[in-house]
Design a protein around this ligand. Sequence first.
Ligand code: PXP
Length: 248
Amino acid sequence: MADTPLRLGVNIDHVATLRNARGGALPDPVRAAKLAEAAGADGITAHLREDRRHIRDEDITALMDQLAVPLNFEMAATEEMQAIALRHTPHAVCIVPEKREERTTEGGLDVAREENKLAHYIAPLRDAGCRVSIFIGADQKQIEAAHRIGAEVIELHTGAYCDAHAEGDFDTRDRELAALKEMSAFAHDLGLEVHAGHGLTYDTVQPIAAFPEVRELNIGHFLIGEAVFRGLDPAIAEMRRLMDAARS
Ligand code: PXP
């Protein structure tokens, strides 16, 4: 299993954040997505938030029209987003929790609490051919619930691990990493495809990339920031190199 390929999904939300800071059309997140694709991204991730603070509806339309690689459409479990997803039928839909006041997706979804509702919610998305992924913490109860509702994929939230690393709290970081490792194996044994993401950087990506059960990493904020200094292509190439090195 260790030699199964590890996909890199590049999240382009923060190109749209920069565009929206000025209210015009530049920089264009679709151009960034196409550059990321040319630089070796295996997929593009975009989160259409309820408040449209970064990605907008027309970005999703353009991404669907212009990308050759699959789109991973991140969204909250609302009726509005379900209708949009069913209109576009992207390759994958990743269901994330969303709070208006948060700066970014702070935690995983509480699938266990909303099991029935979510089972009904994702059924039409699956029927339409979208791979449904659920963004959750490294928590056995949540993974079991994601499996029961019929999700094919879980994405494990790596934010707490990355934050602890950035804060120099290495005990917490190592505990978070151990939980992510254990829960990747647990989810894989249940038959779920395992993805991971949030807050990953060159410093934190390799231990996660080394988990043989993880098939995809979704990385955005750091890569877009790094692109300011070295360009998007080299920023992505370096991430790819680190992922591949960790895998082998
Ligand atoms: N995966 C999911 C489900 C996310 O919500 C996000 C952030 O939008 C990411 C991955 C990427 O996180 P980051 O931008 O911190 O790399």
